[in-house]
Design a protein around this ligand. Structure first.
Ligand SMILES: Nc1ncnc2c1ncn2[C@@H]1O[C@H](COP(=O)(O)OP(=O)(O)OP(=O)(O)O)[C@@H](O)[C@H]1O
Ligand SMILES: [Mg+2]
Length: 423
């Protein structure tokens, strides 16, 4: 993605990640190079979102207000328009190729603007909503790929447009919650696009990488290649399912099960786990006042059982999306679930690919030194807002505006350009 520095000067950007377990907000200052200086961060537990979708508007609104108030107080500034994530709702990525005939002519800005305008008309998949549309690759005469076709001769000019879309009702519901919290939406960004910006290196995105966001309610698998997000799959399973399994098996409260998982849980096996005893708090204190005991091995067995199911689905999704062969070897785990001890080794064994954990960088000053996968989407949203990357709309307008400017410069230039095109 290209960066437009002229828009990056001392702009305040606000990011809002509405997840199944928490809402997080970040206010930052966009730097000249497209990075963000974080000024304030806030997070609130949210019970209004289920599997990435708003299920309780009032609860979601309260969490948004709470997270935003915290971020605003720390940043000492008021937010108005936010860049917000969408992590579910049938997120889909596809490539649309549009072509135009320009028999033997020199490719001009008018041609590119017309091609992109045609692309704009064709990418809509009603009743879905397009979140991102990025012209990726131009091709001359169906065979020569060029990054910029301007000035080449061709009979046919085509462009591949990468489109990320979602179902419309979940977007409207998210919009309603954000508005109810007295905020406006600047942009809605698909969570895997944001998380990818925060945790993937440019070279990884070019060579091919799968980004697996282990959230609370949803696990998203996003395939990147040639610098772009090419495919998305969402699995309706996440960290909350591990917690629920623990709560059910040990007849303990969810909050206690969550603590057991986060503080003592692991995806690995160690012989000493059989000897380490952990206390469980019974679900109904009055009926069973005695605290119970389980071994760490029992806890980790439950965690591994759920992760085995989850990563089998991740492996199936990778195969279905064609993430195989030499370009299908790198996997990056992120999201809160990637903080589980031993997860990278577990995923490496189950997916038979190189695995690393990707965490949000640059936020440690505000999070008390903690760099966490759970904030990757949030950091990526802020990065997206700071970069304000080119899309189909901005590029089409830019080419059309430049073409008009070239045109109005002089009648001779216009004639010369026509003459060149017809040669
Ligand atoms: N140290 C840890 N060990 C194990 N699990 C953890 C740890 N830290 C966080 N988690 C789990 O990560 C999950 C939350 O992750 P995250 O904040 O990325 O989800 P979310 O964005 O709210 O939800 P989603 O993306 O699914 O809508 C919870 O299930 C939580 O238990
Ligand atoms: Mg999330």
């Amino acid at each position: 993605m290209s960066v437009r520095p002229e828009r990056g000067i001392t702009r305040i950007v606000t990011a809002l990640d509405v997840g199944s377990s928490k809402v997080a907000a970040l206010i930052g200052r966009a730097r000249l190079d497209g990075t963000v200086e974080p000024l304030g961060i806030g997070a609130r537990v949210c019970h209004g979102v289920r599997r990435g979708l708003v299920a309780d508007m009032a609860a979601t609104e309260v969490a948004i207000r709470g997270a935003m108030d915290m971020a605003e107080a720390q940043a000492k500034t008021q937010a108005d328009r936010v860049t917000v994530s969408l992590g579910a709702g049938g997120l889909m990525s596809h490539v649309k190729t549009v072509e135009m005939a320009i028999p033997g002519q020199l490719v001009t800005r008018e041609h590119i603007a017309a091609l992109l305008a045609d692309g704009r008309r064709r990418i809509y998949l009603k009743p879905r909503t397009v979140l991102h549309a990025q012209p990726a690759l131009y091709t001359l005469d169906g065979e020569t790929p060029v990054p910029d076709p301007l000035g080449f001769h061709a009979d046919r000019l085509s462009v591949d447009i990468h489109v990320v879309s979602a179902e419309t009702p979940p977007i409207r519901n998210l919009d309603s919650c954000v508005r109810a919290a007295h905020l406006g939406i600047q942009t809605i960004v698909a969570s895997p696009v944001a998380a990818g910006l925060a945790v993937l290196a440019g070279e990884e995105r070019d060579l091919g990488v799968a980004l697996v966001d282990l959230g609370a309610g949803v696990t998203t698998v996003a395939i990147y290649g040639r610098g772009l997000l090419v495919e998305i799959a969402a699995i309706a399973m996440g960290g909350q399912d591990i917690t629920d399994d623990i709560a059910a098996a040990f007849a303990t409260k969810r909050a206690h099960a969550e603590r057991l998982k986060v503080m003592h849980g692991s995806a690995g096996i160690a012989p000493r786990d059989n000897h380490e005893q952990l206390e469980t708090v019974p679900i109904a204190d009055e009926d069973a006042p005695e605290t119970g005991r389980v071994t760490r091995a029992q806890l980790n067995q439950l965690i591994r059982a759920r992760l085995t199911i989850l990563f089998q689905q991740v492996a199936d999704a990778l195969t279905t999306m064609g993430f195989t062969g030499p370009a299908g070897r790198q996997v990056v785990l992120t999201g809160g679930g990637a903080e589980l001890s031993g997860i990278a080794e577990f995923a490496h064994a189950q997916l038979a690919r190189q695995v690393r954990v990707g965490r949000a960088k640059g936020l440690s000053r505000l999070t008390g030194g903690e760099a966490t996968g759970a904030l990757a989407t949030l950091a990526g949203l802020a990065a997206f807002a700071a970069r304000d990357p080119d899309d189909l709309w901005s590029l089409a307008e830019r080419h059309a505006a430049r073409a008009r400017a070239d045109d109005s410069r002089s009648p001779f230039a216009r004639m010369a350009s026509r003459l060149r095109s017809s040669l």
